[in-house]
Design a protein around this ligand. Structure first.
Ligand code: ATP
Ligand code: MG
Length: 237
């Protein structure tokens, strides 16, 4: 297939929320992505565990993409016993015949700010484009100061422009919902509504299965509500 452009968005998705969806939608429009894969991470045992199981995190991800043509929930990281490292995932895509310039690893500016501590940095930057999207309070433009060694690889792309042929750091400055999974977990644990923060189908799944409730006897896998596994996920040692 020629001219395929695959967006890959990894995350803990505990739970998936509208910020994730808006990030991916913005990247899809700007970059002309032909497919968008949302990839729930397999969180290694030595990290803070997600509150919900991989099964529920995958189910919520599948519900959140339902009805969006070209979007899929991918089990590529959950199918493997080993922890999720982005570099490993990208190599798996190469083994399936994808070229680095066809892959766009989608990431929020807060997470990308930590890239130098990711496994196989800096080689990882050659395995795909990194499309970095602003997150409220984390404008992409600040990355130039935060990561001066990477400024030469950074490009700003306008909608409809052709992406560079060599793997680059593509900065996308747009507005996404000011929500986080941490805040959503805290609200749910306190019995507050998360309407308007997550897809309605995801909200229904959470309620129906009693996820993120703080009462005893719930079906959570850990009791550390305030802990945030993400941000450190996906690449770091
Ligand atoms: P947590 O609070 O548990 O860390 P989170 O809301 O940060 O959860 P993650 O699963 O850690 O969600 O994020 C996955 C990816 O989505 C990361 O690259 C992160 O930067 C990005 N992201 C998350 N929320 C937003 C948002 N509101 N706007 C833009 N990007 C976001
Ligand atoms: Mg995070």
């Amino acid at each position: 297939m020629t001219n395929r452009r695959i967006g890959l968005l990894g995350g803990t998705f505990d739970p998936i929320h509208l910020g994730h969806i808006e990030l991916a939608a913005l990247a899809q429009t700007t970059l002309g992505l032909t497919e968008v894969l949302l990839i729930p991470a397999n969180v290694p045992p030595h990290r803070t565990k997600p509150l919900t199981s991989s099964f529920h995190r995958f189910a919520m991800t599948a519900l959140a993409v339902a009805g969006r043509p070209g979007w899929c929930a991918s089990d590529v990281e959950l199918r493997h016993e080993a922890p999720s490292y982005t570099t490993t995932t990208l190599v798996r895509f190469h083994q399936q015949g994808y070229l680095a310039r066809e892959l766009f690893f989608l990431i929020g500016a807060d997470a990308f700010a930590d890239i130098t501590s990711w496994r196989e940095y800096p080689q990882i930057l050659d395995r795909a484009h990194f499309a970095v999207v602003s997150r409220p309070s984390y404008p992409v433009i600040e990355l130039r100061e935060q990561l001066p060694d990477l400024v030469d690889r950074m490009v700003v792309m306008e909608e409809g422009e052709q992406p560079p042929d060599t793997p680059s750091i593509i900065l996308i400055d747009g507005l996404t919902a000011n929500v986080s999974s941490t805040a959503i977990r805290a609200r749910l644990s306190a019995g507050e509504s998360v309407e308007g923060m997550v897809d309605d189908r995801v909200r229904q799944h959470i309620a129906q299965h009693g996820l993120y409730r703080s009462s005893p006897g719930n079906r959570q896998t850990s009791s550390s509500v305030g802990n945030s596994p993400a941000g450190r996920l996906h690449g770091q040692n």
